[in-house]
Structure formats: structure tokens, C-alpha cells
Design a protein around this ligand. Structure first.
Ligand code: 5GP
Length: 201
């Protein structure tokens, strides 16, 4: 019989506009064993975003207080705002044997990987930077100034691709969702991840 094993930590990073949120949402919706970790941020909510759903929206003072109290497994300043992953949320998900999906930037990804050596790292990118720019403009969520900051950051983020286990080029959304699910399913079966269960038999 299988012993209770901790869930897997799945890290998904991508430049803004690459379609990561759509992919994450679909993967979580379709796979009951994968739970999204809601981050804390100082960014202002966008139209339609609700506190406790997309993020926990807090002031900078509250965020810094949470840093002091060591409540974050990782935190980073991204596009001039603070973002952090709650240690408590992450641990409570994986200790139930569920997989946790972290939608975090490259700096946060590296920090999580140091603590959770078996974490699966997936990078999502558009077929080109030109397409990324077009998508950012089309989604009409950000001002021109914010789009420019995000594009500048994209080039920096892309330089981290080789730190990730897998790269998904998001050309067709449905294909990308399938690819991410396949990567996760394969990773669950890796010998490294199943060693403990195997030896206990
Ligand atoms: P957005 O403001 O578009 O929702 O997110 C901006 C960036 O912040 C994205 O790259 C997203 O992955 C990243 N992000 C969201 N939550 C966290 C977090 O908890 N930690 C880190 N390091 N990055 C995060």
C-alpha cells in the first residue's frame, strides 16, 4: 500500500502576458489534486480581482511586517510591487498530500527550489517577444508605462530559462495546458519522487 507522501511543489514562471494565469487556472480546475497557492501582494487589485481569490492584497507596511515575522517561504519585489508565498499555506497543502501550484517570478522560484529540492520548475513563454508585447497590449490590463516595465523585465526573466526543468511555448492555449498536465503527470512518476514509497514496500 502507498504510504502518505507529501504533495509536489510545482513552480510556474513566465513573463507577464505569456498566458501563465490562464494555464494555471485550467490546470487547477481540471486536477483536483493540484491546489493553487494564493500569494500576498502590495500591488493594487485589478478590475474584477478579489481579496483572497487571486491574491491577499496588503499594504507595504503589512507586507514588511509579515517579512519580519518570517511568514513567507519566499518573497520578491516584482515590477515595483512586493509578492510573497505564505509558508503556512504552502506547507498545509503539501502536508495533505496535495500538489501545490506556485505562480511566482524567477527570483522566488530560485528561493523555493533551494528549500524544496524536488520542486518541479516549468517556464512558460510566448513564441517571441513581439507576440508577448502584442498580448500585453491586447489584454488591456495595464498602462503603457506598466507594459514597458513588464517587457523590460521579460528579457531578464528569459535569461533564467535554463534553471527550469521544462519550457512550454504557449502558442495555442489548449495545447499548452495539455503539455503542462503531461509534465506534471510524468514528474509524479519519476523514480526520484517514488523512491521512498518503493523502499517502504
Ligand atoms: P501580476 O501582478 O501580473 O499578478 O504578477 C506579476 C508577477 O509576480 C508574476 O510574474 C507572478 O508570477 C509574480 N508573483 C505572483 N505571486 C508571487 C509570489 O508570491 N512570489 C513571487 N516571487 N512572485 C510572485
Amino acid at each position: 500500500m502507498k504510504s502518505k507522501q507529501k504533495g509536489m511543489v510545482i513552480i510556474m514562471s513566465a513573463p507577464s502576458g505569456a498566458g501563465k494565469t490562464s494555464i494555471c487556472d485550467a490546470v487547477v480546475k481540471k486536477n483536483k489534486n493540484i491546489v493553487y497557492s494564493i500569494s500576498t501582494t502590495t500591488r493594487a487589485p485589478r478590475k474584477g480581482e478579489k481579496n483572497g481569490k487571486e491574491y491577499f492584497f496588503v499594504t507595504e507596511a503589512k507586507f514588511k511586517d509579515e517579512i519580519k515575522q518570517k511568514q513567507f517561504a519566499e518573497w520578491a519585489k516584482v515590477h515595483n510591487n512586493y509578492y510573497g508565498t505564505s509558508k503556512k499555506i504552502l506547507e498545509s497543502i503539501i502536508s495533505k498530500g496535495k500538489d501545490v501550484l506556485l505562480d511566482i517570478d524567477v527570483q522566488g522560484a530560485i528561493k523555493i527550489k533551494k528549500q524544496y529540492k524536488d520542486a518541479l520548475m516549468i517556464f512558460i513563454m510566448t513564441p517571441s517577444l513581439k507576440i508577448l508585447k502584442q498580448r500585453l497590449i491586447k489584454r488591456n490590463k495595464d498602462t503603457k508605462e506598466v507594459i514597458n516595465i513588464r517587457l523590460k523585465n521579460a528579457e531578464k526573466e528569459i535569461s533564467y530559462i535554463d534553471k527550469y526543468d521544462y519550457l512550454v511555448i504557449n502558442d495555442k492555449l489548449n495545447e499548452s495546458i495539455k503539455q503542462v498536465e503531461n509534465i506534471i503527470n510524468c514528474s509524479r512518476l519519476s523514480t526520484k519522487r517514488n523512491k521512498v514509497i518503493w523502499r517502504k514496500k
